[in-house]
Design a protein around this ligand. Structure first.
Ligand SMILES: [Zn+2]
Length: 109
């Protein structure tokens, strides 16, 4: 089995933000969870009216990685870029691309 495509991000260590809507007052709010798993079967109370009748919406899911702030767009763009590169780029070049991207992230902090 070949080595993985260099995807080092494990979902267990990332902090997801989910968007909820209150079914009583239509308030929309975000909730940051410590882990993806912890968000699965929990339902936060509405911060506006205190109602427990809230529903998670699928409109937006953000994940804060170890660098503390990749937007979902950046996440998918970077995965798509890697997948696209993998179809015609030798492995050394992919490594270089990923190293460059990593460097860019560090400078952008
Ligand atoms: Zn409410």
């Amino acid at each position: 089995m070949p080595e993985g495509a260099g995807r080092g991000a494990g979902t267990e260590t990332e902090m997801p933000i989910y968007e909820y809507v209150c079914l009583d007052c239509d308030n929309q709010f975000d909730r940051l969870w410590p882990t993806v798993a912890s968000a699965q079967d929990q339902q936060p109370d509405c911060p506006a009216c205190g109602s427990g009748t809230t529903r998670r919406t699928m409109s937006r899911v953000a994940v804060l990685g170890e660098l503390g702030g990749l937007t979902p767009q950046e996440e998918s763009a970077s995965s798509a870029e890697t997948a696209k590169a993998a179809s015609y780029t030798p492995k050394e070049q992919i490594d270089t691309l990923q190293a460059n991207r990593q460097r860019k992230r560090e400078q952008g902090r």
